[in-house]
Design a protein around this ligand. Sequence first.
Ligand SMILES: C[S@@+](CC[C@H](N)C(=O)[O-])C[C@H]1O[C@@H](n2cnc3c(N)ncnc32)[C@H](O)[C@@H]1O
Length: 419
Amino acid sequence: MTSVDTMSGESLRNAMVDRIAADHAGKGLILRPEVEAALRTVPRDLFTPGLPLEEAYDADASVLKKVRGAETVSSVSAPYLIAEMIGQAANALGGLDGAHMLEVGSGGYNASLLRELVGPSGSVTTVDIDPEITRRASACLAAAGYHDVTVICADAEHPIEPIRRYDLIIVTVGAWDIPPAWRDQLTDDGVLVVPLRTFGMTRSWALRRSGDRLVSESRRQCGFVSMQGDGAHEMRYLDIADGVHLRLDEDQGVDHDPAVVGALLGQPREEAWAGLSLPPVTVLGDLDLWLATRLTRETHFVVLSAQATAVSSGIVAPGWRFGTPATLDDDATFAYRSALRWTDRRFDLGAYAHGPAAAAAATRMVEHMRVWVDAGKPTPRLHVCPAHTPDGDLPNGAVLDKRHSRLVLTFTPEEKGTP
Ligand SMILES: C[S@@+](CC[C@H](N)C(=O)[O-])C[C@H]1O[C@@H](n2cnc3c(N)ncnc32)[C@H](O)[C@@H]1O
């Protein structure tokens, strides 16, 4: 590498970290000083071979995507998200110095940051199911001078050999369930940070082990490529219009004709507004889980996702085009959380609906939003219990039965500041 390249790499790296710090501040999060120092130290460009420096240091982009068919199966994750997830882990453990940790999903960059953070008395092991990825990660780690990261090729659905326990497991691939191996490989009060799909929406949860259960301490909004191997779980999609999809995640019995639902989008829409004035840092990812747990009792809860072109053409105007809460009634009435309505840097929440009972569906959704705000914007807490747990031993909340676990979402009144 020439000195000119080194200079520009370093200044681009510092600009990337400045942007991550500003992004954290905008979300009401704190970028821990040691995480910031690690981000300023590790040369990300050594983990993105062949990419221009500007792309290697884009704070918001996942890069080096490996695609199979229409699906991305691997990437080097976006730096802002890696920083948020490491922050979740460090907050839960009160710092990472001396921690023994396992990363699921390799790339090398995240493992190097963690290697910096755990220090000489800690250890980092990273596992990936894809031999091409572990080969590349090993080569990049060696090139960057990180010789003491253990790289393993295996399906992390199962216990990782040699069997041992970790203070921290960070999963960097989208999971639908928590395999028992992850819980069992944690120390007694160890922490699992995992992007987990519930109701078709992914959050990075920091979960602390307590016996045979895990309970969340924080959550962040995120998106990840899906887990492969024995833990893979297919999502169903209804393509209702050009670039507009409904995601069905929990093996729901929805058998609507997508063309019928799509045709409704061409008809005039009904709107309902909550009449609120909320500050920009309001965590709408929490509201969306609240809506899922409430609406699922009343109708089919689905998630709307839309291409940018579908939004710009005006077919749909969702709150978040990568995954917005929506409902599909038996008569095909379709409603979703709409784009926000801004006035003087504050916003109102609304719903748009199409179909025979559109006005009622939009009003129903907005009513749940109002209740969430009136209740003090409760935050979700995720409890992961073993599959055999009887109903009577579950916390009181919305239960999702997965393959290995019974997940329960409860809500607690909003704490001061984001955890
Ligand atoms: C987003 S990438 C990981 C990014 C990486 N941590 C980094 O530093 O940028 C997700 C990886 O998870 C891997 N993966 C998917 N299913 C897996 C499984 N069952 N066990 C282990 N790795 C898996 C994929 O091969 C892919 O490389």
